[in-house]
Design a protein around this ligand. Structure first.
Ligand code: FES
Ligand SMILES: [Fe+2]
Length: 452
């Protein structure tokens, strides 16, 4: 039996047939039943990004985050360990800590005043034994830990699934590219400010796809940034370079220039830092990094990154932007957007980098606004009656055939993964969709087949 009548085996099989051909029915983007499958089988199972270690500076530092609909309290304990708990009081389930960040020794519930220490242990009960007698065993009422917590290059992840594979296996070959972005400098990266966040009318799959796998939109949708002189001056700049498919729904595009060499060596980071990059990275990683204009990509399901060069007062400046698309439903996302820069960068560069970020991404960013507008319009179109065609009788599908039969993988790319010789290809988008479908249909198609 399938859990949902409207997403039955036949529908899933039709969906799979279309996906295998590089076609995505639009009804599946915002379908409510598909969304419920995503919530449980994707967000309930995969590793989810919660924050960066530099956000938790000292014992007692905490931030509050979400894994889709699950509130998370992330704390640094007295021993320096990072722990994650369901941010819900074990008395009656009130949202325990409602601040975004801070530093505390204990967390006291606003409802009846129970308090918990940094290890999640219940340490205070209002009126204690007077009202609970001897029956209250505090040890039994600690906060519920998030089943898995892991860290890679300062990125903190967690999973709601006890059976989740080790984080490093989950990230796979993406680690090699994360090392370039996060491990190139002594001391790593630091988050400046707090993550900006806002809601957008959008579907999380479309926003992830936009960042992870769709440089093709840049030429048109962000054309004004070329004309303003805040993006590289060649209007086709986003097409040069490689798209790299890494499996497990991860991948990225690394843009260069028409000549294959970026005019912005090491993405304009100061020359004084270059020997450090050469020391911390392999020759292959240096070859890629020194010639890159932009790194943009994603880790399945909803963590995306962008490391561009962006014009700020006449100079091109680099920064790293991490972002998650927290789904609030099939047609709404809460965007969480972090600015990061090398801890070892000169202070003057860091300040320029932050201004460059604020002008390009985040709620005030030019490119952000270009994209947000289009995402909302996809949602509006998804409400059309003709989009409800689950039988696909009108062949109502979206096109993921970019680069098909045009680009073959290159053989001598210096990094891991399957690299295509242009960023204008849908190979990565299709690999993301494949992973998405594997997870949402897990157990559903097979179970049905077993019972036949
Ligand atoms: S719900 Fe937290 S103390 Fe009652
Ligand atoms: Fe964009």
């Amino acid at each position: 039996m399938l859990v949902k009548d409207s997403v039955n085996k036949q529908t899933l099989q039709k969906l799979k047939e279309k996906l295998d051909k590089g076609l995505m029915p639009q009804w599946a983007v915002t379908d409510k039943d598909i969304y419920e499958l995503e919530r449980r089988q994707i967000f309930g199972k995969t590793w989810q990004f919660l924050g960066h270690e530099s956000e938790l500076k000292e014992p007692g530092s905490y931030v509050t985050r979400w894994i889709a609909s699950d509130p998370v309290l992330l704390v640094k304990t007295n021993s320096g360990e990072i722990k994650a708990f369901l941010n819900s009081c074990t008395h009656r389930g009130a949202h325990l800590c409602t601040a975004d960040f801070g530093k505390k020794k204990t967390f006291t519930c606003p409802y009846h005043g129970w308090s918990f220490n940094l290890e999640g242990e219940l340490v205070g009960v209002v009126s204690g034994k007077k009202v609970y007698g001897e029956k209250m065993i505090k040890d039994e009422w600690g906060l519920r830990p998030i089943p898995k917590v892991g860290m890679y290059q300062g990125l903190i992840f967690a999973s709601l699934d006890h059976q989740a594979m080790p984080l490093e296996d989950y990230l796979g070959d993406m680690k090699w590219y994360l090392d370039i972005l996060l491990g190139r400098s002594d001391g790593g990266m630091e988050v400046r400010g707090v993550p900006q966040r806002w809601t957008a009318q959008a579907n999380w799959k479309m926003t992830q796809e936009n960042f992870a796998s769709d440089p093709y939109h840049v030429q048109t949708n962000h054309r004004s940034t070329v004309e303003l002189g805040i993006s590289p001056s060649d209007p086709n700049f986003a097409s040069y370079g490689h798209q790299i498919v890494l499996g497990n729904g991860h991948g990225l595009s690394i843009m260069t220039s028409a000549t294959g060499k970026s005019p912005y060596k090491y993405q304009t980071l100061p020359e004084s830092m270059w020997p450090m990059f050469q020391r911390n990275l392999s020759p292959e990683q240096n070859e890629i990094f020194s010639n890159a204009t932009v790194f943009v990509g994603g880790m399945f399901p909803n963590l995306a990154f962008d490391s561009p060069v962006h014009g700020m007062e006449g100079e091109m400046i680099n920064y790293l932007n991490l972002r998650i698309w927290r789904p609030l439903g099939p047609d709404k996302v809460e965007v969480w957007c972090w600015f990061l820069i090398d801890k070892a960068a000169p202070e003057e560069y860091k300040e320029k980098a932050y201004k460059s970020y604020v002008g390009s991404f985040g709620p005030s960013g030019t490119l952000e606004q270009d994209d947000t507008e289009v995402w909302a319009r996809i949602i509006q179109v998804s409400d059309a009656l003709m989009m409800e065609d689950k039988e696909l009788s009108y062949n109502n599908v979206n096109n993921y055939l970019l680069g098909e039969d045009v680009f073959e993988p290159v053989e001598n790319f210096p990094g891991p993964g399957v690299a295509y010789p242009s960023t204008y290809t849908d190979n990565l988008a299709r690999s993301i969709q494949k992973r998405w479908f594997e997870l949402i249909s897990k157990g559903l198609l097979d179970e049905e087949e077993d019972s036949q």
